[in-house]
Design a protein around this ligand. Structure first.
Ligand SMILES: [Zn+2]
Length: 234
């Protein structure tokens, strides 16, 4: 078994896994997502302010209708006052007119409040719109940067995969099948090396005797880690 070729294949497979992992977590993509959520937050905010403004407008419409009603009632009462009435009736109408005037004042005050609120909502909307335009621009360029980063990550990945195919094709089918079986069984790492006396697959230390035994294996034997059973390349 060509252990060096197997190790090279393992290194390529590990590089592919890392590249896929990085491709899914590109900082440019995270930035683009955050720029998009900035836009969404402003759109929500705009909707809230618009809702408030709509409520103010609805109330203003009611005030206007009630004011018109009061105006008509007052006209009618004033006409009535001009006809001959008993002092008692005249007093009652005067009282009613006073009540209407007070209500009109209340409505006017509330109407002013609402107009002020509506005008400050207008200002708020203008400022949100300006922020929204900036946020949309930022989201668009962040989106472009993310796409570019993904394209180049995809290219890099395609290059490693092509290299992996060449490396895999060079191996005998049986060896490749055995490698794939061990990779599936050992969390993606089928082939490990001994570094500083430990297996790089399971990080367990190998005794001097175990290391010696591996070194003394004939060339056609497949050395395995005594702890995790991964193929060990000396
Ligand atoms: Zn091991």
């Amino acid at each position: 078994m060509d252990l060096a070729a197997l190790l090279a294949l393992q290194q390529l497979d590990t590089a592919i896994e890392q590249a896929v992992h990085a491709r899914d977590r590109l900082p440019a993509r995270l930035e683009a997502r955050s720029a998009e959520s900035d836009v969404m937050a402003l759109v929500d905010e705009r909707r809230r302010v618009e809702g408030r403004q709509q409520e103010a407008q609805t109330e203003l419409d009611c005030i206007e209708a009630e004011s018109d009603d009061i105006g008509r009632t007052r006209e009618r009462l004033e006409k009535q006052l001009k006809t001959i009435l008993s002092p008692r009736e005249a007093e009652a109408i005067q009282h009613e007119l006073q009540t209407l005037a007070a209500r009109r004042d209340e409505l006017d005050d509330r109407g002013l409040e609402l107009l002020e609120a509506s005008s400050s909502a207008d200002e708020e909307l203008a400022s949100i719109d300006a922020s929204l335009a900036r946020a949309r621009d930022a989201a668009e360029s962040a989106g472009q940067r993310a796409e570019e980063a993904e394209t180049s990550a995809d290219q890099a990945l395609a290059e490693i995969r092509a290299e992996r195919k060449v490396a895999a094709d060079a191996l005998a089918a049986g060896v490749l099948a055995e490698y794939d079986r061990r990779r599936a069984a050992f969390g993606g790492i089928a082939v490990a090396t001994i570094a500083h006396g430990s297996c790089t697959g399971c990080h367990m230390e190998l005794s001097v005797a175990e290391t010696d035994a591996i070194k003394r294996l004939p060339d056609d034997a497949v050395p395995e880690c005594p702890h995790c059973a991964r193929i060990l390349v000396r």
